[in-house]
Each structure stands twice: as structure tokens, then as C-alpha cells.
Design a protein around this ligand. Structure first.
Ligand code: 5RP
Length: 252
């Protein structure tokens, strides 16, 4: 028989997924069950490796519900995911008010501030987070931190207009004190990573002290001419779900 809306297709404990993937899926499933209701018609879909499990769970809610919904992507990857899942695709210019957006994160602190942009999608992600009445984060336990900048991220992701990148880097090094800020390079250093918007990405590390006030770091970076968007999301999320190794979920 078809699975009910709260019943996973594969029992979580019998899955062949790796422990990290299982924890991502657990967080995604719980977030969908708690936040995506039948009355939600406009849904924002984030980017990264956790979000496919969000879409998997939404698909499990059934064709009947999903035929009246529109899904808004945060980039090329989530657009393809929406299309391949046979869900209706829309864009934020048609639907500037979104019921719920669910997205991944690179790090989330105690106050639900987060670093995003590990996948270079943070401009569109931030637009969809702002457009959403409810913005929810899903991640595995490695992303659950006390202060930002403590996990394995190479710094704050900053999307910049290509022709201004060297000037912005200089400002980061000498004005904002992020001395090792660097242009993000594609694998094998073939060239700079290019975002879905045709821009470059800089990763700029800041000290623990500075990262305790992420809003101030974000504001100072945003003031630099040539910066398009900063991958610091301050007080935007209503909740964050982290899958743990033992099969439990931490809610922040
Ligand atoms: C992309 C992002 C992603 O949401 C973030 O990198 C998390 O990805 P994952 O779920 O693969 O850990 O911000 O710009």
C-alpha cells in the first residue's frame, strides 16, 4: 500500500545510507512533517545535499496535495530537483510571498544565526528565506555549533561581482582584517567558482570574537562596493533540525 504522509517509504533504521546521510534525512523528514502542511501552496526549496531528502518527504505527501503547490528553487540544483521530482516549478518574481522555505546550512549557532553559501547559492537562498513566512533549517549534527566559524567552513562566503573581486579582497584583508580571505577556486584550481548569477565567491574567515556578533560582520562586508550578498543569515530562521548519529533529532 502507499505510504501515509507521516510514514517513511523505507524505515529509517533499515536504510543503507551512511550515518551522515541518515542524519540528514532524519532532520529533513521531521522538518517537513512539522512545517509543511496541506494549506501551504508556495514552498521554497533550498540547496545542498540535505535538501533532496526534504523533497523526498514532500513527494511522499502525495500527488493530490502537490498538484496544487508551486515550488521555488534557490539555484540550478534545486530547480533540477523540483523538475525531476515532477513538482510544479515557479519563481520568486511570480510568488514574492512564500509559505515555507526549507534549506540546509553550513553552521548554525545558538541563536539560529547561520553560515550559508558552501554551495555558492546564498544570494538566492537569502531572497527565498526573506520571502518566506517561515524559514526552517535542516542539517546533520556537524553543523550544530555554539558560535559561527567553529566548524569546518573556510570562512564567510561572499558573492562578488567578478570585476570587483580584487578590490573587495583588498578591502577584506586591509580594512576588515580578514587577512586570509581568498577567492574560491573550482576543483583542481581550474579557475574561480562561478555562482548561478555569474559571480565569484570569496571565503573570508573572521575571529571567534567577531563571529560572536555575526550581524556586525555581515553589515560591514555588505557595505563594500562590489559585494552582492554575504552568507551570514542573522535571526532569519524560526527553527533548525539536526539529525544525530544515534537517530535522534536536536531542535533549535
Ligand atoms: C549552499 C548552502 C547549503 O544549504 C549548505 O552548504 C548546506 O549544504 P549541505 O546540506 O550539503 O550540508 O548554503 O549555498
Amino acid at each position: 500500500s502507499m505510504p501515509g504522509p507521516t510514514e517513511p517509504t523505507t524505515p529509517l533504521t533499515m536504510s543503507k545510507l551512511s550515518p551522515i546521510e541518515q542524519s540528514k534525512r532524519l532532520a529533513a523528514y521531521i522538518a517537513v512533517d512539522k512545517h509543511i502542511f496541506p494549506e501551504h501552496k508556495i514552498i521554497g526549496i533550498g540547496s545542498g545535499s540535505t535538501v533532496p531528502y526534504v523533497v523526498e518527504r514532500i513527494v511522499q505527501q502525495g500527488k493530490e496535495l502537490n498538484k496544487d503547490r508551486v515550488f521555488i528553487p534557490t539555484g540550478f540544483q534545486s530547480k533540477e530537483l523540483i523538475i525531476s521530482s515532477n513538482l510544479n516549478l515557479g519563481d520568486v518574481d511570480q510568488f514574492p510571498t512564500i509559505d515555507v522555505t526549507i534549506d540546509g546550512a553550513d553552521e548554525v549557532d545558538l541563536e539560529l544565526n547561520c553560515i550559508k553559501g558552501g554551495g555558492a547559492c546564498h544570494l538566492r537562498e537569502k531572497v527565498l528565506a526573506e520571502a518566506a513566512k517561515t524559514f526552517i533549517l535542516v542539517a546533520d549534527y556537524r553543523k550544530n555549533v555554539e558560535y559561527l566559524g567553529t566548524a569546518f567552513t573556510p570562512g564567510v562566503p561572499i558573492e562578488v561581482v567578478p570585476f570587483a573581486y580584487a578590490k573587495v579582497l583588498q578591502n577584506l584583508h586591509h580594512v576588515l582584517g580578514s587577512r586570509t580571505a581568498a577567492l574560491r577556486m573550482a576543483k583542481a584550481k581550474a579557475g574561480p567558482v562561478v555562482s548561478d548569477n555569474g559571480n565569484f565567491i570569496i571565503d573570508a574567515p573572521f575571529s571567534r570574537e567577531e563571529m560572536m556578533n555575526p550581524y556586525s560582520v555581515m553589515a560591514r562586508i555588505k557595505m563594500l562596493t562590489g559585494v552582492v550578498e554575504v552568507g551570514l543569515f542573522c535571526h532569519m530562521a524560526q527553527a533548525a533540525y539536526f539529525g544525530n548519529q544515534d537517530g535522534s533529532v536536536t531542535v533549535k
